[in-house]
Design a protein around this ligand. Structure first.
Ligand code: N7H
Length: 475
């Protein structure tokens, strides 16, 4: 029987966080000592059941504060999860094949297929990634989440102690740490381009029993290995209730993106220049910054709709004008490319097996006045993109390659949709285009002078169940 206490907490519910660290590590040569030390990490791992309890606590605290007209009390939160790459499994001597081609090869080998910019060096493709991700020595990742950076530092110290980090007996060492933090004040929940994120997630059967209108329920096996809906047969039995994590370190060029919106503001229908650039941004994304979907609010923002979970996902791109025109939403808008809803369902294809659960976090600081004035990024910022699924080739990899990067997707449209303007990409620096952004001149192509999302590294991991950690990984 399925027990949420067996599943690591980030997968189905998500570790609650204001800050997060992804400690990317290499296992040292004393593998037996590492696997013994892992026993002491397991009690710290936050399960789905614990995360559900934490989330109830947060909700009750907020409700109580609202009733008393006070600001909610600060709750100390700390979460820990762990996941391993194929190189990590191999290092530990775990030889069972998890039957996921992307995972087995590793993300570095996949970077060319993903369209990551890069160049050939002596006949080998090398993506424009940071050196830490180019060595091929990543064995695993420890996720630490918390209410603030201080809590995370405390948890990290405990974990470093478990693995004797910094002593001659160290059993692992850091390759790099990605430091995530949510944006301040009213930008909380918004990613660096300014758009509210994390609105649309699939509901999971047996977990999200009260889905919001329009939120599709998927079988557990779409996300969890070995459960109903996992289409891959003959995986090792210990892999049940694990999930594959696609981690991507994505830098965002915010001032450049904003400048483009300003320079290409839509006109007509009485739009002011500011309104015209806001509308263009919303049409590239598929939602307004407030979260309101443009399929429901095509001409102007509706912040109340953006906030309202009972309405903000209740759309399918199936209005009569949706399938053949982009009056409401460009075919290539980011949300439409990555979850095309009726574009596929109405021609007989289910999108269930393409759904992923997104758990990312922002990194880096706010745009400085100097950056805004110059229109040039000077400080690193972006999204630590993290997505769970039971098969990477059907999930993240498919969405990136066959949807976002594929100019002819979604299919059967009167004109070529073009690239996903946010994440669509090619290995070279050819200029990306998309059509349908101007509702008054739909076939006109818009050329995008630059990519605004730059992949700088990543890896594919497997996040095992707690019983598997105990019986298969730890010694
Ligand atoms: Fe995307 N953004 O703010 O620009 N994404 N995304 N994403 N994304 C979504 O509906 C963003 C990336 C998906 O079900 C929203 O929850 C940024 C990758 C999927 O309707 C916003 C980056 C992939 C959805 C963003 C980025 C995806 C989605 C709207 C990189 C997969 C749900 C909020 C820096 C390959 C679509 C929402 C649905 C939504 C942003 C990357 C996939 C605002 C900044 C790499 C499946």
């Amino acid at each position: 029987a399925f027990d949420p206490a067996n599943v690591q907490g980030d997968i189905l519910v998500g570790l609650p966080k204001k800050a997060q660290q992804y400690i990317i590590f290499q296992i040292d040569d004393n593998v037996t000592a590492f696997r013994k030390a892992l026993n002491n990490l397991i009690p710290l791992i936050t399960t789905t059941t614990q995360v559900q309890q934490d989330r109830t606590k947060i909700a009750n605290n907020k409700k109580a504060a609202q009733e008393q007209g006070k600001t909610p009390k600060l709750i100390k939160l700390s979460g820990v999860n762990v996941a391993f790459s194929q190189a990590g499994l191999t290092k530990m001597g775990i030889t069972d094949d998890l039957l996921d081609t992307a995972f087995t090869a590793g993300q570095l080998k996949d970077s060319k297929n993903l369209g990551d910019p890069g160049k050939d060096v002596d006949g080998n493709f090398v993506p424009d990634w940071l050196p830490a991700f180019l060595q091929g020595n990543i064995h695993g990742v420890i996720l630490i989440s918390g209410d603030c950076a201080a809590t995370i530092t405390e948890t990290r110290t405990t974990i470093e102690h478990i693995f004797s980090v910094g002593t001659p007996n160290a059993t692992l060492h850091e390759v790099t740490t990605l430091i995530g933090k949510v944006r301040p004040g009213p930008e909380d929940g918004h990613e660096h381009f300014g758009f509210l994120d994390g609105i649309s997630q699939p509901a999971i059967e047996g977990i999200d029993t009260n889905p919001n209108p329009g939120q599709e329920t998927v079988r557990q096996g779409i996300i969890l290995v070995g459960r109903d809906g996992d289409g891959i047969a003959n995986r090792p039995s210990w892999a049940i209730d694990g999930s594959f994590l696609a981690l991507r370190y994505l830098f965002q060029l915010v001032p450049e993106f904003n400048n483009f919106l300003k320079g290409n503001a839509l006109t007509g229908n009485g739009l002011t220049p500011d309104q015209g650039s806001e509308l263009l941004g919303a049409r590239l994304m598929g939602r307004w910054k407030s979260g309101a979907p443009i399929d429901l609010a095509p001409t102007q923002d509706d912040p109340a709709l953006g906030q309202d979970a009972s309405r903000n996902n209740n759309f399918r791109y199936d209005f009569t004008d949706d399938q053949t025109t982009t009056i409401r939403c460009p075919f290539a808008a980011h949300t439409r490319k990555t979850n095309p809803r009726a574009d596929l369902e109405d021609i007989g294809f289910s999108t269930e097996t393409r759904r992923i659960i997104r758990r990312g976090v922002q990194f880096g600081d706010e745009v400085t006045p100097q950056e805004a004035a110059s229109g040039k990024t000077a400080l690193d910022r972006g999204l630590i993109f993290a997505a769970y699924q039971s098969t990477i080739p059907n999930g993240f990899q498919f969405i990136q390659i066959s949807w976002a990067n594929a100019t002819t997707f979604p299919p059967q449209k009167p004109f070529t949709p073009g690239f996903d303007p946010i994440i669509g990409q090619t290995n070279d620096d050819s200029v990306r285009t998309l059509a349908g952004t101007d509702p008054n001149n739909q076939t006109a192509e818009l050329s995008l002078p630059t990519d605004w999302v730059l992949p700088k590294g990543g890896e594919y991991f497997f996040s095992p169940s707690i019983p598997a950690l105990r019986t298969k990984f730890a010694l």
